[in-house]
Design a protein around this ligand. Structure first.
Ligand SMILES: [Fe+2]
Ligand SMILES: [Fe+2]
Length: 121
């Protein structure tokens, strides 16, 4: 795990997640977009979880549960749908966007502050 000197990585990764979620609304979208989103979310969650474990973050369990909820929702979407019409894509994209926004301004903000105050940011 590379420990950067600023918490820029977290911001950048969130930005990529929002872009992928936005892409779901595009006309050309198919299941590969969801798979890329799934892979990238997994990559991002694993990094945050590695930091929490390395720094013995006191709210690790609750944060992990929140990530797991997102993982489950995405898996559910991938399993439930093989075709995505515009209405469904808008609904899924809005749902994921709203979830991510709440997560970022909630538990991720707290984690960010904790990491920034630690000596291993
Ligand atoms: Fe998180
Ligand atoms: Fe995050």
């Amino acid at each position: 795990m590379t420990l950067s000197s600023e918490l820029i990585w977290q911001d950048q990764q969130h930005q990529v997640l929002f872009e992928l979620i936005d892409e779901i609304k595009a006309d050309h979208v198919d299941s590969t977009t969801f798979i890329r989103l799934n892979d990238y979310a997994e990559h991002h969650f694993c990094i945050e979880e590695a930091y929490m474990q390395a720094l013995e973050y006191p709210e690790y369990e609750a944060h992990l549960q929140s990530h797991n909820k997102f993982r489950k929702e995405l898996q559910h979407m991938l399993a439930e749908h093989s075709e995505y019409d515009a209405q469904l894509r808008d609904m899924l994209s809005d749902f994921l966007c709203e979830w991510l926004r709440r997560h970022i301004f909630g538990v991720d903000k707290k984690l960010e502050a904790f990491i920034m105050h630690s000596e291993r940011k």
